[in-house]
Ligand binder design. Structure first.
Ligand code: ZN
Ligand code: ZN
Length: 406
């Protein structure tokens, strides 16, 4: 009974952990989605036949060779996952008289607008004319108030690109999302030459967008562009390019190209990465916290180190789980550069009761387990504990609740 009361009290006063990431004030983000291009026709093609422009751009940026759709290989689920940095549920709804659906988790647009405190004009979603748009979330902490400005005009990818250029010129959004639909549409036609032509066009439009970015003083040298797909298409053993939707290599393997001031140049990463990692990485570059996302920052393609004065080397605390905990818990954190790291646990009175880490660690995603014992390996009593991460320049902390099993 006393334990239950304690549990309730502790839960009531339980505070969420703080999250810090570096923020490059003027960083602009442009994300381009090419729907349904199969990897074998994009970066998987060593002859570069269908995507010559993106191959050229890749020399100035980074490519992820093993980028995958790791769940639903169709658009209605994969696009929301790209938005949300997580595989979100999607619910049906009627919005402004149209049947449509919405993502349950908040999207990068909502994180961006709420955390940056910017109007919709600073966050544009450009796509072809669609009567009933798929919607971002109605999350209590985010929702419609923070949706992007939807600019749904035109029919073809060329027209969508033209509209994107116009939006950039008219509004100069810091965050721009461009969606090209034609490759998937032509793929479903089953006519190879149409499919290939659509890829070729999308490839050249990516180049047009990048050139526009680099020739506008607002965007030039201050913009990261990420190009990726929502899904691939069946490989020949699973039905061929006409369809998609299964778990075959063709459906799963997609491209990811990133280019910008904090992206490595002429770099091909072999690390496996997945759809949720895209928005989480874009958030990291924009200096926002996608708090309900599950993806990871793709540190391996970033040039974040102590010599870059625009970006302060930091640690990003991703919280601990489980919390509250009764046996052990894991503290997750990201180091954006090699750092000497100290992780300590304090009791609520502020006394250090355990030092978990005190060593130089390489950049990347890390975690450490705490089993609820002090430096003498004695179980500590139930209560609130504070974990602190310190590097040479930064210190962050979070609270957790330990309720040992009786
Ligand atoms: Zn399709
Ligand atoms: Zn397939």
């Amino acid at each position: 009974m006393a334990i239950n009361l304690l549990k309730t009290v502790l839960l009531l006063i339980f505070l969420t952990v703080s999250f810090f990431s570096f923020s490059q004030e003027n960083e602009k983000i442009v994300i381009v989605i090419i729907d349904g291009a199969r990897y074998t026709e994009t970066f998987g093609d060593p002859t570069h036949t269908y995507t010559p422009k993106m191959w050229e751009l890749a020399e100035e940026g980074a490519m992820i060779d093993n980028f995958y759709n790791d769940n639903f290989t169709y658009t209605s689920r994969a696009i929301p996952a790209l938005w949300c940095g997580a595989w979100t549920d999607v619910h049906d709804t009627i919005y402004q008289g149209h049947e449509t659906n919405y993502a349950v988790l908040p999207s990068i647009f909502e994180y961006y607008r709420k955390q940056k405190i910017v109007p919709a004009e600073d966050c544009y979603y450009v796509l072809k004319e669609i009567e009933s748009l798929w919607l971002p979330s109605f999350d209590v902490d985010y929702g419609p108030e923070y949706w992007p400005a939807f600019h749904s005009v035109g029919e073809t990818d060329e027209e969508v690109a033209e509209q994107a250029l116009q939006v950039m010129e008219d509004h100069h959004p810091h965050f721009l999302w461009v969606y090209f639909a034609d490759v998937d549409h032509e793929g479903h036609s089953g006519i190879w030459s149409n499919y290939i032509e659509a890829i070729h066009i999308a490839d050249s439009l990516v180049d047009v967008l990048w050139n526009a970015i680099q020739s506008d003083p607002f965007y030039a040298d201050a913009t990261t562009m990420i190009v990726t797909n929502d899904h691939g298409r069946h490989d020949d053993e699973h039905g061929g390019f006409q369809g998609h939707g299964c778990g075959c290599e063709g459906c799963r393997h997609i491209e990811l190209l990133a280019i910008g001031p904090h992206i490595k140049e002429n770099y091909i990463s072999q690390q496996n990465r997945y759809i949720p990692d895209m928005a989480v990485t874009a958030s990291y570059l924009a200096g926002i916290n996608p708090e309900k996302a599950t993806g990871h920052v793709m540190m391996e393609i970033l040039t974040i180190n102590g010599t870059d004065n625009n970006i302060k080397p930091t640690i990003a605390l991703k919280g601990n789980s489980p919390n509250p905990f009764n046996r052990s818990t894991v503290i997750n954190y990201t180091l954006s550069n090699n750092s000497f790291v100290t992780i300590t646990i304090r009791d609520f009175a502020g006394k250090i009761i355990r030092t978990l880490i005190n060593e130089k660690q390489p950049a990347g995603e890390r975690s450490v387990l705490w089993d609820g014992t002090d430096d003498r390996r004695q179980k500590v009593p139930s209560g609130i504990y504070i974990y602190s991460l310190q590097t040479e320049k930064h210190s962050i902390s979070g609270k957790m609740v330990f309720i040992p099993e009786l």
